[in-house]
Design a protein around this ligand. Structure first.
Ligand code: PLP
Length: 378
């Protein structure tokens, strides 16, 4: 079976967000081994789980620090004593930068920012003037997602790095990329070719900078699919996968994980049945409405629901969602009201973002872990 039945039997009240601890540990250890065998450091993205306990497991397995996307997330992890945090998001708002710098000073945390514009650099320099320890910043490189980042082949990219490298109050960390377009790959080969393009663009840009006399301390890349299906790490110093701790239905469909690797599940109950659908007590406020990251079309519907009393059978697809209801297409075989289902979500990160706590199940023992950096939209 694709899930351990104990994750259903241990749940008292549904909907529940459940973590299979054995699988979580396995995913953490496997990524740590991958990083070690590729001679790259691992700086996992904590936006996936927002949990101090999970970050601690990652740090104990050898992570050198963590990556965050929001300044408010970074603050929670700094206060908890994580020694080094990369905020892999172009902060341009001095209110956020100032608050984060204060927090980093108070906790003696090393912070690395990300910029992709002169405006971002200017904001950072202004804020950095008043802190004791100079923060550092990566220049983000666009390797094909067309989201943030400079074009590595452009003169403008070189000029921005030169400007950062010669700026007072701030140090140059290196270059950073995220090939999120890997989520749109149609095959494992295509995924590997996206990873290869990222590696080539990044190492060639680093070489160009070095020829220009600029030291490039770190070349940082990362997303779970392109790291797992990598094309070698030559010239790369650091990887920043996030989703790998949990995995999900999209990673399984992309050929990045097996169902037995998925550590993040939602347990729900059938609360009503009609001729077409079994209705469960998990809707968009539990699963999120995400059909997959970055326009991925790897999966259909909103999740795969395994009937707990028929766990060997293929899962039913959640074909529709309203806020508190999920629609299970039962195909003429309606389950009984009260039946429990274990749902493999399309995308574990936004589902985790909606949770207040995780029910962490390890064999017969269970614990509640808070989603510590859950919260404010700022
Ligand atoms: C800048 C950056 N780095 C790393 C990651 C981690 O990617 P994944 O969740 O695919 O592992 C993300 C994810 O959104 C990201 O935006």
């Amino acid at each position: 079976v694709d899930f351990d039945p104990v994750i259903v039997s241990a749940v008292v009240e549904t909907p529940a967000v459940v973590i299979d601890y054995v699988r979580l540990r396995h995913n953490i250890d496997r990524m740590a081994e991958l990083a070690q065998s590729g001679s790259v450091s691992l700086c996992p993205h904590i936006k996936t789980h927002k949990s101090l306990k999970i970050a601690e497991l990652q740090m104990n397995a050898g992570a050198t620090g963590v990556t965050a996307s929001k300044s408010t997330e970074a603050e929670v992890f700094a206060c908890a004593g994580i020694p080094s945090i990369t905020v892999a998001y172009p902060l341009i708002d001095r209110t956020k930068i100032d608050r984060l710098l204060d927090c980093m000073d108070d906790n003696q945390t090393r912070v690395q920012f990300v910029i992709d514009s002169k405006a971002g650099l200017k904001a950072l320099i202004e804020s950095a003037k008043s802190v004791k320890q100079a923060p550092s910043a990566f220049v983000e490189v666009d390797v094909g997602l067309n989201r943030c980042g400079v074009n590595p082949l452009s003169d403008e990219a070189l000029r921005l790095v030169r400007l950062l490298d010669s700026s007072p109050h701030i140090e140059f960390s290196g270059i950073l990329s995220h090939a999120g377009q890997g989520y749109r790959a149609q095959s494992v080969d295509e995924l590997q070719s996206i990873a290869d393009t990222e590696r080539r663009l990044m190492t060639e840009f680093a070489d160009r900078l070095r020829k220009d006399g600029i030291a490039v301390p770190v070349v940082s890349v990362g997303s779970t699919p392109t790291v797992v299906r990598n094309a070698g790490f030559e010239g790369i110093d650091e990887i920043r996968p996030g989703n790998y701790v949990f995995m999900d239905r999209t990673q399984v469909a992309l050929g990045v994980a097996q169902p037995k690797d998925v550590a993040f599940w939602i347990v729900a109950t059938v609360v009503s049945v009609n001729t077409r659908f079994a209705i469960i007590d998990a809707g968009s406020k539990v699963l999120s409405s995400d059909v997959g990251p970055h326009g991925s079309s790897a999966v259909q519907g909103y999740g795969a629901a395994y009937l707990a009393n028929a766990s060997e059978e293929p899962p039913l697809t959640i074909t529709g969602l309203s806020e508190e209801h999920g629609f299970l297409d039962h195909q003429g075989r309606p389950p009984m009201i009260g039946t429990r289902v274990a749902i493999m979500p399309n995308h574990s990160c936004p589902a985790a973002n909606l949770a207040k706590e995780y029910l962490v199940i390890n064999g017969q023992s269970k614990e509640l872990w808070q989603v510590d950096a859950r919260g404010p939209v700022r």
